[in-house]
Every structure is written in C-alpha cells, then in structure tokens.
Design a protein around this ligand. Structure first.
Ligand SMILES: NC(=O)c1ccc[n+]([C@@H]2O[C@H](COP(=O)([O-])OP(=O)(O)OC[C@H]3O[C@@H](n4cnc5c(N)ncnc54)[C@H](OP(=O)(O)O)[C@@H]3O)[C@@H](O)[C@H]2O)c1
Length: 392
C-alpha cells in the first residue's frame, strides 16, 4: 500500500547565494534521490531589501508562482501557511533572525555558522525548547549518505579504535596585490558580518573532527574538547588562516582542523593535494577527498600490510528534468521527517553538539584575538534590531 508523502511548506528568509542553491534542491524531485516519504514546497520568500527582490528570486530559481513574496522578514514569520523557515542570512544575523522566527512560533533550519557566540546558540536552543519548536543548524554535510556511512564504519570498528582526525577546508583567495580577492565589505572578511575563515570554512573542518571524534562517543562518556588555536589575521580584523587542535583526553583522541583563505586544500582542482580529511584508527584510516563540505569520494586504507585501498564514489543524484542536485536536499528531508515525527532536534546534529561546536569556535577566535562588534555578539533579542529589519 503506498501512502502520500509528508509535505513541508518552506518559508525562505533572505535571497542570497546559498538560499538560491538550497531552494533549487528543494525543487528537485525526491524520487531522483530515491525518496518517497517526504516532499517540499516553497510557499513564501522574504527579502529584507524589497518584495521585488523576493519575486526576482522565485523567477531565478524557476520556483512556484504561487509562493508569497515579502519585503520584510517580519511578514514572513507571520505567514500562517509556513511550516518551517530557512534562515540564509550572513552568520552575523542568525541569532536575531532565528529568534524572530522562534518568537513567532516557527520551526527553523538555520545556516551555519549557527551563531557568532556560544551564548547565542544556547539561547536559541532554550527558546526552541520553551516553545516546543524544531530547530536545526544547517550542517548539510552530515546528512550526505557518505557521512552517514563513514560514521557507521567508525562505530563498527572498521578502522579499529579511532585516535585522530585531520581535516582541512582551505581556498586560495589571493589577489595579485597581496590582499585577498574580496572587497573589505564582503561577508567573507567583513567583521560586521562575522566574516573570517573559521566561521565560514573552518566550520566544515570542525564538522569532520566532531562527527568522527565527538559524535561517535557514547552518550554516557561524551567529552567536549580542550581547545588550542592559532590565527593569522587579515587587514579587516577577520581571521584569514586558522588552526584548531581539539583534544579529547578521556578517549585518547585528537582532532586538528585547519582552514585558510591563502592556500587551497585542492591546489589544482584535480585532487593532487591528497585527501582533505584523514580519520585514523588502530587498524587503518578513512580518507575523504575535497571538498569537506560536499564530499563525493572516500577511501578505506587498511593497516594490514596488504596494500588494499577501497575507493568508494558517492555521486550526488541529479534531478534529470532540472539537471540539478547539490546535496542540500538530504538535510531538508531530515527536517521534513523530524516535523512529521514530532522531533524537535535532529539526532545527527543535536542541539548540544551545535553548542559545543560554537564553544570550540568561540574559544579559538578568542585565543586568536578576533573581535566582533557588540551588535552581532549580543544575546539580547530585539525584533526591531537592524539585523531583523534591514538591508534596504
Ligand atoms: N551550506 C553551505 O554550503 C553554505 C554556503 C554558502 C554560505 N552558507 C552560509 O549561508 C549564509 C549566507 O551566505 P550567502 O553566501 O548566501 O550570503 P549572500 O549571498 O551574501 O546572501 C546573504 C543574504 O542575506 C540577506 N541580508 C540581510 N542583511 C544583510 C546584510 N547586512 N548584508 C548582507 N546580506 C544581508 C540578503 O538577502 P535579502 O536582501 O533578501 O534580505 C542577502 O542576499 C552564511 O551564514 C553562510 O555561512 C552556507
């Protein structure tokens, strides 16, 4: 007996680059990735700039003409037809925007980095809990079948006891004049928008450290890392090159997460730099190829002297009609299943883990001397904050 798929109705908050990518994935046919139990609808889009911008966004993604378009985030959160809101503003805005949604009684999927500070992350979780709402940090990589398989391999002992993970996500963004190839106002380097390598790219290196060394620890003996970090700072005050060592002494584990805007993990675009991630155990290692955020191949190398290397390709399915598929649909499917099943948090990206990761990044940024302005580090919610009202 076949039953109708469970449908969730998405409201999209912000109309930038990643919102476009995410929405195109929402519009793909779930059957193209073998999914039949859930489906997605985009029912409303809000731009803080203008309703026209929201309408242009829907046209650009070939989205449904029926979707409502709003010129403010406040109107979107008041739309009774919206089940869940995808927050896709710069990280500087995540705390205020997600609070705006939660206060209006909306479930939320919020882009990474979850917040700017750990206290903000805790406050979002407390609010979701108090209001009985679903909340998830949009760490899409965790929902890739490749990530799920690698977590299973670790837990089944395929590489013995896991002791160390090294993970890098770095992009060579040098300009010819010694600067980086971003305007100082660009969100990648602008401290007013919580710019810098760690919160934007390094979070993926940390995702691999955490999903292999922390997430796989049994609940009863869960151990947050001791953190030592070092940072090179760009002229804007944002971090341009950062290394974070996470030590889990109780589990004899160590993770080294690196990120850079000066050199690339994959210098020639042909994987000549070797694996981006190495998960090392007593009986071998798992190597994951670049990019850490959208991995499509891993290798299992056994420490048995046999020289066997298993290479596993995990292509991202494309919707043939749209000729599109980026891999963000898997996290959207997780949101749909959580809403269907009445779950308030995702087991693959639990609230407690988002908080520990924010604590780790905050510790690293503090050790490296990075300072962000008070308006974006405040944990005092204000519906009328310029972060909620305006990019006009
Ligand atoms: N998961 C991923 O793979 C991935 C990839 C890239 C980025 N991200 C994350 O997604 C978030 C957005 O990144 P993005 O690349 O989409 O950024 P973007 O292209 O700059 O878009 C950000 C959007 O936020 C809104 N916004 C509101 N106030 C703003 C302000 N003061 N300055 C700039 N934008 C403002 C704007 O939309 P309106 O004018 O319509 O309000 C803007 O289009 C970041 O947190 C980033 O880390 C995730």
């Amino acid at each position: 007996m076949s039953s109708e798929p469970f449908t969730i109705k998405w409201g999209i908050l912000a109309t930038g680059g990643i919102a476009k990518t995410f929405c195109k994935d929402l519009l793909t046919d779930p059957a193209s990735r073998g999914v039949s139990d859930v489906r997605h609808e985009i029912v409303a889009v809000a731009s803080s700039s203008s309703a026209d911008r929201a309408a242009g966004f829907i046209k650009d993604i070939d989205g449904p003409a029926s979707a409502k378009t709003y010129g403010s985030y406040a109107e979107l959160v008041a739309d009774a037809n919206v089940d869940i809101i995808y927050v896709a503003t710069p990280h500087s805005h995540h705390f205020q925007n997600t609070m705006l949604c939660l206060e209006a009684g909306k479930n939320v999927l919020c882009e990474k980095a979850f917040t700017v500070t750990a206290t903000q992350a805790k406050k979002l979780v407390e609010t979701a809990k108090a209001k009985n709402l679903f909340l998830m940090e949009a760490v899409w990589t965790r929902y890739f079948p490749l990530s799920i398989k690698i977590r299973e391999l670790i837990q089944s002992g395929a590489i013995g006891n896991v002791y160390r993970t090294t993970a890098d996500l770095s992009l060579n963004k040098n300009a010819d004049n010694g600067s980086l190839s971003f305007d100082d106002t660009n969100r990648m380097v602008n401290v007013d928008l919580a710019g810098g390598a760690l919160l934007d790219l390094g979070i993926y290196s940390l995702t691999w450290v955490f999903q292999t060394l922390y997430h796989t620890q049994p609940e009863a003996v869960k151990e947050a890392p001791q953190v030592v970090a070092s940072i090179n700072t760009y002229t804007t005050g944002a971090d341009e090159q950062t290394a974070v060592i996470c030590r889990f002494p109780g589990h004899k584990r160590m993770g080294i997460a690196t990120t850079s805007l000066r050199v690339g993990t994959d210098p020639d675009g042909h994987q000549s730099g070797g694996p981006a991630i190495r998960i090392q155990g007593s009986k071998g290692e798992i190597q994951v190829m670049h990019p850490a955020y959208q991995p499509r191949q891993y290798k299992v190398v056994k420490a048995d002297g046999g020289g066997t290397v298993e290479v596993v390709d995990c292509p991202i399915p494309k919707d043939p009609k749209r000729d599109w598929g980026h891999g963000m649909f898997w996290e959207a499917d997780e949101c749909a299943r959580c809403l269907r099943d009445g779950k308030k948090e995702s087991a693959s990206m639990p609230w407690s883990e988002s908080i520990v990761i924010m604590e780790t990044m905050e510790a690293a940024l503090t050790q490296g001397g990075i300072k962000y302005p008070e308006v974006i580090t405040s944990d005092s919610y204000d519906a009328n904050s310029p972060l909620n009202t305006g990019n006009k």
